[in-house]
Design a protein around this ligand. Structure first.
Ligand SMILES: O=C(CO)[C@H](O)[C@H](O)COP(=O)(O)O
Length: 236
């Protein structure tokens, strides 16, 4: 059952993100329940005559955008992404993020990092004093994933995370391992607290078999936190 309070906050954050949209932009569309509100609002504006073109961060968002008549272009044809609007699982101090709760972190990071401006939209529960209560998603190749998981554990410990626990994500309602849009698996790393996100990110990136991790550092320029009646905007 959806949480009505956080849905209102998500909607208000998405509505505030619409102010960043301009005619003629190429826009990256995020994944998840908050990004869905943004895609729906954008679709309404497109139906009213706004001209933009979009690129999706997941198969799920592609289906949503198509169903709403939002024009999509293949990444290969994109030379510039002006704006990306996406959700987050945690927003920490300085705009560092944990993303990947929806298993779309690889494409989300490629697109956000290639964008002139990433705007994060989130309900107030996502704003945290430090990262790590939400399990950090790490995308790994199917080949060797059990060994990679051990190495990821070691990298977390070496970067200062105390007693991490790693869980392989299962597909919804199944005992099978989840397979991402990129054909990989997800390790959910229960960290409790990530004392130095930049160090942890760097250590994880150094593990062979790790395709990408869900720490977004220095990528978000604007974070919009939805409130019951509006939203507050933080610029970095
Ligand atoms: O990173 C993501 C998907 O990979 C999402 O942005 C994140 O999980 C937030 O989702 P929601 O808006 O549904 O809370």
């Amino acid at each position: 059952m959806p949480d009505m309070a956080s849905d209102t906050e998500k909607q208000n954050a998405a509505a505030a993100a619409m102010d960043f949209v301009e005619e003629g932009m190429t826009i990256g569309l995020g994944t998840g329940s908050t990004a869905k509100f943004f895609v729906e609002m954008l679709a309404d504006e497109i139906a009213d005559g706004l001209i933009v073109r979009c690129i999706e961060t997941s198969n799920q968002t592609r289906e949503l955008a198509r169903s709403l008549g939002v024009p999509l272009i293949p990444f290969e044809q994109v030379d510039r992404i002006h704006l990306t609007v996406d959700g987050a699982d945690e927003v920490g101090p300085g705009g560092v993020l944990i993303k990947g709760g929806g298993a779309a972190l690889l494409r989300e990071k490629i697109i956000a990092n290639a964008s002139d401006h990433m705007v994060v939209i989130a309900d107030s529960s996502k704003e945290v004093p430090h990262l790590g209560a939400f399990p950090l998603p790490v995308e790994v190749t199917p080949f060797g994933y059990t060994i990679t998981a051990k190495k990821v554990h070691d990298a977390l410990v070496a970067s200062g995370v105390e007693r991490p626990r790693i869980e392989l994500r299962k597909a919804a309602g199944s005992t099978d391992l989840l397979v991402t849009d990129g054909g990989n698996h997800i390790l959910d790393c229960h960290c409790g607290r990530i004392p130095d996100p930049a160090k942890t990110g760097a250590y994880l990136s150094g593990v062979p078999g790790v395709v990408e991790h869900g720490l977004f550092i220095g990528i978000a320029r604007t974070v919009i936190i939805g409130e019951e009646n509006g939203a507050h905007i933080i610029e970095y």
